[in-house]
Design a protein around this ligand. Structure first.
Ligand SMILES: Nc1ncnc2c1ncn2[C@@H]1O[C@H](COP(=O)(O)OP(=O)(O)OP(=O)(O)O)[C@@H](O)[C@H]1O
Ligand SMILES: [Mg+2]
Length: 302
């Protein structure tokens, strides 16, 4: 079995009496992009800061490359690249100088790839950092990270200031890392980004991981919306197991929601009623997300 790049087991972090991390457990394997999502204040950045060895865990374990994140931070950092959401730069250095400084600190060099990235992200590296917008500051950190030869890349909301074109470049670069067998931890509020790139997702709420899995696996937890029109009437439909919110539309079609695990039996029923038209909309990550974000919702509700 492959060893995970990152292994987190029941990680906890207290700030005084406040327990910011109660129970964090997940692994990331080489060649995997892991999406780390959850509401504001859930504990994503605290988890990441613990992984970077900036904070000391109050309980549980976390290892990167099989090494303890706190005790072996120096060894780990030689194979790690990190981009925070709020990038602070030296105001009087130019973007280009800062990229080279970041690379030097990570024992890497400015290469052809660095130039390609500067071009792709359309950064003017000659300007002083104090003149940069938020998006430009993020680009500086991203260019340095992507041109660093690492085995594990951690991004904590790295694209919140990027425009759609640069967001696209970011996604392409992450997919290149994945293709090269690197492991990536991506904390993000941009669900389309997570949906497009991540192999597995972990949802964190109030310091606990409430769900991990592939998007496919998580979709089983939600409902598919079906719009259907049949020749024959379907009086029993609302009583079928797993069918909810049946509504009859003006044109005679029906809209309903079905638990993904009961889609089969619904289709079997409908096929006997001569289907005229059918449109099924799978749940989006957003539907999943809202379900977990709303603290009133129980995860095993009907
Ligand atoms: N140094 C600290 N001292 C005390 N409390 C802290 C500290 N750092 C974080 N917290 C608290 O821990 C909780 C988790 O914060 P964290 O920054 O990890 O959330 P997050 O998931 O990254 O949120 P966001 O999506 O807004 O970035 C919050 O309630 C925050 O107030
Ligand atoms: Mg954060």
């Amino acid at each position: 079995m492959t060893t995970p790049t990152l292994h987190i087991n029941h990680l906890q972090k207290n700030f005084g009496k406040f327990q910011a991390l109660k129970d964090i457990t997940f692994d990331i394997y080489p060649g995997e992009v892991f999406g780390f999502i959850g509401p504001n204040g859930a504990g994503k950045s605290t988890t990441i800061r613990t992984l970077l060895g900036i904070l000391k865990a109050s309980g549980g374990q976390a290892t990167i490359f099989g090494k303890d994140v706190f005790k072996d931070a120096v060894a780990i950092h030689s194979r790690l690249a990190y981009v925070p959401g709020d990038v602070y730069l030296w105001p009087n250095l130019s973007g280009g100088e800062i990229i080279d400084l970041f690379l030097k600190l990570a024992h890497n060099k400015h290469t052809e790839k660095t130039d390609q990235l500067i071009k792709a992200f359309q950064l003017d590296p000659t300007k002083k950092a104090r003149t940069y917008s938020k998006g430009n500051r993020q680009k500086v950190a991203l260019i340095a990270a992507f041109s660093t030869e690492a085995d594990f890349y951690i991004f904590d909301e790295p694209t919140s200031g990027l425009d759609p074109l640069n967001e696209e470049i970011f996604q392409q670069e992450v997919l290149k890392l994945k293709a090269a067998g690197k492991a990536v931890l991506l904390s993000s509020h941009i669900l389309s980004e997570v949906e497009k790139m991540c192999d597995r997702i972990g949802i964190i709420r109030q310091g606990k991981i409430v769900e991990t899995g592939t998007l496919q696996e998580m979709r089983h937890l939600t409902r598919t919306v079906v719009k259907v029109q049949t020749v024959e009437p379907t009086p029993e439909i609302a009583a079928l197991v797993g069918v909810h919110n049946v509504e009859v539309n003006q044109n005679g079609s029906m809209t309903l929601a079905v638990d993904s695990e009961h889609l089969d039996s619904l289709m079997e029923y409908l096929s006997k009623k001569q289907i005229l038209s059918l449109q099924a909309t799978p749940p989006t990550l957003e539907d999943l997300f809202l379900r977990y974000y709303d603290s009133e919702v129980q995860t095993n509700e009907q």
